[in-house]
Design a protein around this ligand. Structure first.
Ligand code: NDP
Length: 486
């Protein structure tokens, strides 16, 4: 067991899967959970096998009618209660999430609060899922009703386990759909804990199931004949596989995939605010964020002054055990740090200029931790690997632009299109760029803002579908139209 005093000591009492309201141990491979700050193993979770995936889907299918027919106000009460229970367990959930992912405790706490907000927001939507009436003349009436889509699969990433779970589970449950969630093999704990709290809140057995395991468990779930919708967050490569698997049951998909999001800083920008936004945008959660601002596109006249500020802030960031709430925790796994190091090595070999970082960090107290220094490569060519591909670590690249049009060309010169940031004092220019930039969400004079009620999702290789806010309900609703002759 990891030695940190804030780490919960009773995790071995957690079940490994929750199927039809009951805790189960796995029938597949055992898997050790490793504290990425120390390299120590603290728990073993046994994967589900394909039979257990089938049982979870069958239980979600069996529970569907009853949950869909529960009065909307009653569904809302249950989801409000779940939000309250999560809020009541916030310290414990945040500690587990922090240690499991390696993210600073205050960031994990924010994720838990965000999960609470999702359940509250969508609880409030239960009784507002209105349909339409469509004029067809005096002898006919057409109505639309919104029905739950059916059994939904939720395949979760390791970087934001609890908030990603809530982002999909809350709207699905609000409309009356049932769910089977599959957390990442690296970070299964918060999903199991939330599913237990859902039962305590009054979510009926079978409505909210969790099966743990690796990609094979996710693949079995995504392609299961009784799945109506798959919500997936992860890499673009795996997203494509999920989309293919979901074609077997002709299931809908929401895919929230990778990014290489641009932050444009024009010559008239407030450089202090821009530097704060750039540093937060790429070094938050050690850069393991799909929406990270990984490409700084900066006007030539202010590039040097901005880089100076960004480097100064980056070099002041602290490392430590995530439960001690440093600025930067470790990366999630040995393979993730090897991936980041590989990108950095290849960029150096290609002759690109690294102005800070570019190496692992071994704090005295945590010599085996998977820490990586905030890293910045300046003035990189648009076609270099490190400017094109998602690194998913604390690595920023800069590109120099000559004017707003050039900035837009560089910003759109990516296969990805998740989010974009624009720093300028000229509001109408900001709006022009915002309207033309290929991204699902744009921030002006700020970055990664707007919270839980603003729709989020990608263009191009960054995904399909929208989550958060009212737009997040659409994936889980099937519109039925009824035409009455009278
Ligand atoms: P993946 O995209 O492979 O994993 C995401 C989720 O999908 C996990 O639950 C994973 O399970 C599951 N999965 C894996 N293979 C399949 C499959 N064939 N069918 C269904 N589900 C599957 O991400 P990784 O964890 O391997 O990370 C690799 C890279 O992905 C990162 O370096 C980063 O670039 C990107 N990524 C992007 C995220 C985002 O927020 N957009 C989040 C996480 C990663 P398991 O983990 O148990 O194998």
């Amino acid at each position: 067991m990891t030695a940190h005093p804030l780490f919960p000591t009773d995790l071995d009492r957690l079940p490994h899967h929750l199927i039809d309201g009951a805790g189960h141990s796995g029938a597949g491979q055992p898997r050790a959970l490793i504290d990425p700050a120390t390299g120590e193993s603290y728990l073993s979770v046994v994967d589900a096998d394909p039979t257990q995936v089938g049982q979870a889907v069958a239980s979600a299918k069996g529970a569907l009618r009853g949950w869909a027919d529960t009065a909307p106000g009653a569904r809302a009460q249950v989801l409000f209660r779940l939000a309250d229970l999560i809020a009541g367990q916030a310290d414990r959930l945040a500690a587990v999430e922090s240690a499991n992912v390696g993210k600073p405790l205050s960031q994990a706490r924010r994720d838990v609060i965000r999960a609470v907000a999702y359940f509250r927001f969508y609880a409030g939507c239960c009784d507002k899922l209105n349909g339409d009436s469509i004029p067809l003349g005096p002898d006919q009436t057409a109505l639309t009703v919104l029905e739950p889509v059916g059994v939904t699969a939720h395949i979760l990433p390791w970087n934001y386990p609890i908030s990603t779970l809530a982002r999909g589970a809350a709207p699905a449950l609000a409309v009356g759909a049932t769910i089977v969630a599959k957390p990442s093999e690296l970070t299964p704990l918060s999903a199991i804990m939330v599913a237990q709290l859902a039962l305590e809140a009054g979510v009926p057995p079978g409505v909210f199931n969790v099966v743990c395991g690796a990609g094979d468990v996710g693949a079995a779930l995504a392609g299961h004949a009784d799945i109506a919708h798959v919500t997936f967050t992860g890499s673009t490569a795996t997203g494509r596989r999920v989309m293919q698997a979901a074609s077997a049951p002709v299931a809908g998909v929401t895919l929230e995939l990778g990014g290489k999001s641009p932050v444009v800083v024009l010559a008239d920008a407030d450089l202090g605010a821009a530097a704060d936004g750039v540093v937060r945008g790429i070094f938050f959660n050690a850069g393991q964020v799909c929406a990270a601002g990984a490409r700084l596109i900066c006007h030539r006249d202010v590039h040097e002054a901005l880089i100076e500020r960004v480097v100064e802030r980056a070099e002041a960031l602290t490392f430590g055990h995530p439960l001690d709430d440093p600025d930067l925790g470790p990366l999630v796994s040995a393979s993730q740090i090897a991936r980041v190091d590989g990108f950095v090595d290849r960029a150096r070999t290609a002759g690109l200029r690294c102005v800070t970082g570019g190496h692992r960090v071994r704090p005295d107290a945590l010599p085996n931790g998977l820490f990586y220094a905030p890293t910045i490569f300046t003035d990189v060519p648009a076609d270099s690997e490190i400017a094109r591909d998602e690194v998913f670590g604390p690595v920023l690249v800069t590109q120099i632009c000559e004017d707003a049009d050039h900035a837009l060309t560089l910003a759109n010169g990516s296969d990805f299109g998740l989010v974009a940031g624009i720093y300028t004092a000229d509001a109408s220019r900001a709006l022009q760029i915002a309207r033309r930039v290929e991204a699902g969400q744009v921030f002006v004079n700020g970055f990664l803002q707007g919270g839980d009620t603003v729709p989020f999702g990608g263009m191009k290789h960054s995904g399909i579908g929208r989550e958060k806010g009212l737009a997040g309900l659409a994936a889980y609703c099937a519109t039925k139209s009824i035409v009455l002759n009278h």
